[in-house]
Design a binder for this molecule. Sequence first.
Ligand code: PGA
Length: 242
Amino acid sequence: MKSRFCIANWKMKLSVKESISLADKLRSQLNFSPLAEVVVCPSFPVLSAVGEVIAGSEIKLGAQNASWLVEGSLTGEVSPLMLKELGVKYVIIGHSERRQYLAESDEMINKKVEQAVLNELIPILCVGETAEERDEGRAETVIKKQLTSALAGLTVRGRLLVAYEPVWAIGTGKPVSVDEVEKMVDFIYRQLPDWPLWVLYGGSVDAENIDSFASSNKIHGVLVGGASLSAEEFIKIIKAFN
Ligand code: PGA
């Protein structure tokens, strides 16, 4: 398995047609062997279609969320087992937008991580402090709590990705400096010495600033929102790891 990751989080930004067209462009423009694992995370309704477009290529399929149950009476939720059946390999869990706007709790996130691992999906666990928490000097305390609660009681230890995504850096065009990210990455590894994990960074990563993150030997990749919606720009981000 590769040890660098370029993960595209398309959020709820594209239509069905646009998603398929972006997947198609990425597939045709990725005409080199990427050193990083390339993952695209489309919305649920297009997972299947995007999966078909990227089948047999270097691009892997990821989902933006998964339920904490494999099956049950949970209207509107999607089982990790169904995702696996569709060829999904990765799943974003605990993104700050879900924590903030959809009341996703630490307890839900904990169960989601467990179910993902049990169903052989690789969780991309998102953690990050708000601007207020940072200003109050509580960033490390918040990250530590998010990590320990997300992984509490887990008996299975599958491969895990942790994306450090400070809330104040997401979608703002103001990424965190590499030095600061590296400090938090070290902190995260120290909290989880027994886990087979890699730590990534996310928050306003784009083709202009990617070189600084890609050249760090501590940051194992990036989770990209806005800049992943253009095939040309995302390809530049992937190339920075080669
Ligand atoms: P951004 O989003 O790259 O647009 O800041 C990152 C994310 O939310 O994962």
